[in-house]
Design a protein around this ligand. Structure first.
Ligand code: NAD
Ligand code: USQ
Length: 488
């Protein structure tokens, strides 16, 4: 049985005298700090159990960590005078304050660093539940990742830049309220959800957890904006999977329909194909409603499948390294195929392999989010961008990885695995994705050199691969109410 510890605590972490203001390419594991810790009980909060049906509840750990040396505005003006600042002349000397919810995760960590580098004032809000899922299922990132505290301290020591840290669960409204009052964000980038479709299809408790965590978390963010930061722009990570695979072109959020002689522009139909993807649809509906009812300004980034691991910032030091999932629950298609090629495991094409999706490089995820923040939605506007750069079928990806792997001397084979999911395996797919390009996105296209570098990362860490975690172990058809253990 595994449960999350849930104790409210406020942790203030300050520089213990060593100057961090000089950027350096080295950062020591020994970070000088002083700590003051205050703990308090928060309402009991139930999360998921593993393997058994009885759920004992323990409170979730909740911390606020602030690592501060120089005032951020001084640092900002030193290096990037033109970015990260408000557009209005009145406020132009103040950097924008961006709260990155889910900032310890794959997309969130890369984005938090990128925004900090661009002189936004950044706070990460994260419950660290993702690290818990790994423990729970016996999984690990291909790349070794440091604790969030070491990550942030390392960033500070390399760049002199502060990232504030609030550890807690956004489903706990009291906690979220405190973070809003304390940080006063101009934008909230919300990555903080359970994001694996297979995880949501393990058993009833994971399905319920996923929808509860994602839908209630987002609803709380909407209420927090309404109550405490009305002007704050919500940038919410949605998914291309909300649309499913219709037999017509996919538009960006809305479609104009003429029916019985009348015409209207309506939300594009949603056909999600897992309890996870459905949670995103529910989020979108709640956000759209609150934009209309309360005048919230929001951008829904319907992101495709992300690949890659390195961004300019995460490359700066091993303690900044991002996670790279390759297992059957959290690993996504292209990242998985690279690891499979590196360890000589056949590429796991599910079913016929004609499943086509939008894909993007993680370096484009961070670009897109920055573009959305820099060009906010209007009050009351629910704006939807399709966030991907290219479309591939699973067979296309397998062919690309095979070619790149063979060039590196790897013996790459492909197998067709009985599809654990319920999805169309041969279908039409043509999704629009022009709005971010119009805002200035310069895509990193999937090239031979990028595949080479991804394969090189996979080869570099191949000794860390647990090959037992590669085959899919979660079936869309076999999900039941009985709690399930899925680790090998
Ligand atoms: P991730 O699991 O690596 O990161 C999510 C982070 O959110 C984790 O650090 C987790 O601890 C945190 N979190 C989850 N629930 C929380 C809660 N209630 N309170 C506070 N923190 C919480 O996921 P990711 O791959 O970085 O994805 C981020 C977002 O982007 C998700 O919303 C996902 O749906 C979306 N997305 C991801 C991909 C992809 O390929 N990775 C593609 C499309 C969309
Ligand atoms: N697939 C294989 N073999 C594998 C892994 C996946 O054939 O080894 C297939 C899947 O069946 C699916 C496609 O590849 O048809 C994509 O699967 P995936 O696991 O790469 O991605 P998915 O489950 O869709 O989820 C991921 C992220 C999720 C995000 C979504 C974007 O985990 O957070 O929302 O990509 S999208 O796919 O556009 O909905």
């Amino acid at each position: 049985m595994a449960h999350l510890l849930s104790t409210g605590c406020y942790l203030k972490l300050s520089n213990g005298g060593v100057s961090y203001s000089t950027p350096s390419t080295q950062c020591s594991k020994v970070y000088p700090t002083s700590l003051t810790l205050r703990t308090s009980r928060s309402p009991l909060k139930k999360l998921i159990s593993h393997g058994e049906s009885s759920h004992r509840e323990r409170p979730l750990r909740r911390c606020t960590v602030t690592a501060t040396t120089l005032p951020i505005s001084q640092e900002a003006q030193k290096t990037h005078p033109s970015s990260g600042f408000h557009n209005s002349p009145k406020e132009s000397s103040k950097p924008k304050r961006v709260m990155v919810i889910g900032g310890d995760g794959y997309c969130g960590w890369a984005t938090a660093l990128h925004l900090s580098k661009q002189n936004y004032e950044v706070a990460i809000v994260d419950s660290l539940v993702r690290r818990f899922f790994d423990h729970q299922l016996g999984l690990d990132s291909l790349t070794p990742i440091s604790s969030i505290h070491d990550r942030i301290r390392c960033w500070k020591s390399l760049t002199g830049k502060t990232i504030e840290l609030y550890i807690g669960d956004i489903c706990d409204f009291e906690f979220l309220t405190e973070t809003f009052k304390s940080f006063e964000p101009d934008s909230v980038v919300h990555f903080g959800e359970q994001r694996s479709a297979p995880y949501s299809m393990i058993d009833r408790s994971r399905a319920v957890f996923t929808q509860n965590n994602n839908v209630i978390g987002t609803l709380n963010v909407l209420f927090a904006i309404k109550e405490y930061r009305e002007e704050c722009h919500l940038v919410k990570l949605g998914t291309m999977g909300e649309y499913g695979t219709p037999n017509i072109d996919i538009e960006e959020g809305y479609i104009t329909i003429t029916h019985n002689g009348r015409t209207d522009t309506l939300p594009y139909p949603k056909q999600a194909s897992s309890f996870y993807h459905l949670s995103k649809v529910h989020d979108s509906n709640n956000i759209a409603f609150t934009c209309k009812a309360w005048g919230i300004r929001a951008t829904d980034l319907n992101q495709g499948v992300v690949y890659g691991v390195r961004t300019d910032e995460t490359e700066m030091h091993e303690d900044l390294c991002n996670r790279f999932d390759y297992d059957g629950v959290f690993g996504t298609a292209l990242n998985r195929f690279c690891v499979q090629a590196a360890v000589g495991h056949p590429l796991t094409v599910y079913g016929k392999g004609g499943q086509t999706r939008g894909y993007l490089d993680i370096r484009d995820t961070v670009q897109c989010v920055e573009l959305a923040i820099a060009n906010p939605a209007q009050p009351g506007e629910f704006r939807v961008f399709n966030q991907f750069t290219e479309q591939f079928s699973v067979n296309d990806l397998a062919a690309l990885v095979t070619k790149a792997g063979e060039k590196m001397g790897l013996d790459v084979r492909t197998i067709s695995v009985p599809n654990p999911r319920v999805e169309a395996e041969e279908h039409y797919y043509n999704a629009k994705h022009t709005k971010l390009i119009e805002l200035g996105l310069k895509p990193h296209i999937l090239s031979d050199s990028l595949l080479d570098s991804l394969l090189n990362v996979a080869v570099q860490f191949k000794d860390r691969v647990d090959t037992k975690q590669i085959m899919p172990s979660v079936s869309w058809r076999k999900i039941g109410a009985k709690p399930k253990t899925v680790s090998a």
